[in-house]
Design a protein around this ligand. Structure first.
Ligand SMILES: N[C@@H](CCC(=O)N[C@@H](CS)C(=O)NCC(=O)O)C(=O)O
Length: 355
């Protein structure tokens, strides 16, 4: 069965949010609209939606190409949930049945035994007409999708999965800072995280220009804010930094050219560049990033805006590892906690995707 492209792949098929805005209201009101996640059950400590937090029960399905899915991959690493919540990495190139496990032996996810993520969507709701998106969390025993609510997944990893966090895990969504974090992530989502997509998929010149201006106005504001502060909120890494990082790390490789967000490259803004390099070099961030998957996905899947499917060779990645000097601003990346340990060998990003 051919699956309809979801919001990220084909803006033509996008729908406006069908009900009330998401809890943290990251939705804008511009012509480009991202569809609301359809499956919004939550995995919680008390299991009130029928999905209690349980070690080994669920599988996170992600693509390393996807900024929304990559947020969950980073949170899982920072919180030390690797043993509790296993990880499936989809092929960065979708076919007409969407995300597939062609990177795995026999083209099947070794834990779920399925070839396409859509099989888990179908197990949950037969005949589901919407797009198949990552991140997705699947219940391993039943093979059913639990949630594809990318906004809520990371918040729940931070606040509901605490019993399974590693010793020394940071508090990524500290209670006392939630209002400020929510405000920052809503502004960043509207203008930047989703703004680059509005620019890239604009069907009209004016739509593109509005999005372009939103993107760079927000980058200017962020550059100003981050000149004095090592992190976005408080002096430690929070959910706000994770959400910003997954957009910034893609900026020069795909958004600058492919999405025409080209007033400047990130590497030309000393503050934003050193902020992003700082996070990239922090355990749990850069060790999840696969630039090969990122470029393959954007340039080969979005044939509407890159009809030849040619994938550019640049930018040169070597500078991701150069000094950032952000420690001079102070800050305690993990607060009272500690950095995560090494990446499990089975989850290491191949050399093709790293500097
Ligand atoms: N639209 C998703 C947000 C996540 C998302 O857009 N993911 C993209 C990848 S970056 C996706 O899986 N798109 C499906 C497709 O391209 O077919 C949702 O509503 O939960």
């Amino acid at each position: 069965m051919t699956r309809p492209a979801d919001s990220e792949g084909d803006p033509e098929t996008e729908t406006a949010p069908t009900s009330e805005p998401a809890a943290n209201a990251e939705y804008g009101s511009k012509p480009f609209k991202r569809s609301r996640s359809h499956f919004a059950d939550r995995i919680t400590a008390d299991g009130r939606d029928g999905w209690p937090v349980e070690a080994g029960r669920y599988r996170l399905v992600a693509s390393r190409a996807c900024p929304w899915a990559s947020r969950a991959v980073i949170s899982r690493r920072l919180l030390g949930l690797e043993d509790a919540l296993s990880l499936a990495i989809a092929d960065p190139i979708q076919d007409d049945r969407s995300w597939r496990f062609t990177l795995d032996p026999g083209g099947r996810d070794p834990v779920l035994g399925i070839r396409f993520l859509s099989e888990a969507y179908d197990a949950r709701e037969s005949g589901y007409p919407g797009g198949v998106s990552v991140p997705a969390i699947v219940d391993v025993p039943s093979g059913k999708l639990v949630t594809n609510d990318f906004q809520q997944i990371t918040l729940d990893l931070a606040t509901e999965w605490t019993a399974l966090h590693r010793p020394g895990a940071p508090d990524l969504y500290p209670e006392a800072r939630r209002a400020e974090i929510d405000e920052v992530i809503a502004d960043n989502y509207r203008d930047l995280n989703n703004g680059v997509y509005r620019a890239g998929f604009a069907a009209q010149q004016s739509e593109y220009e509005d999005a372009y201006h939103d993107v760079f106005r927000r980058l200017d504001l962020l550059s100003e804010r981050l000149a004095q502060h090592r992190y976005l909120v408080g002096d430690t890494i929070t959910e706000a930094d994770i959400r910003l990082f997954t957009t910034l790390v893609r900026f020069d490789a795909v958004y600058h050219g492919h999405f025409k967000c080209n007033r400047f490259k990130l590497a030309e803004d000393p503050v934003l560049w050193s902020y992003t390099k700082d996070l990239y070099q922090t355990p749990g961030f850069g060790d999840t990033v696969d630039f090969h998957h990122i470029k393959q996905h954007y340039y080969r899947v979005h044939t509407g805006i890159n009809p030849t499917g040619i994938v550019p060779l640049g930018p040169d990645l070597a500078s991701w590892l150069t000094p950032h000097y952000r420690e001079e601003l102070g800050g305690r990346p993990f607060g009272d906690g500690t950095p995560p340990g090494p990446v499990p060998p089975s989850e290491e990003v191949p050399a093709t995707g790293r500097p």
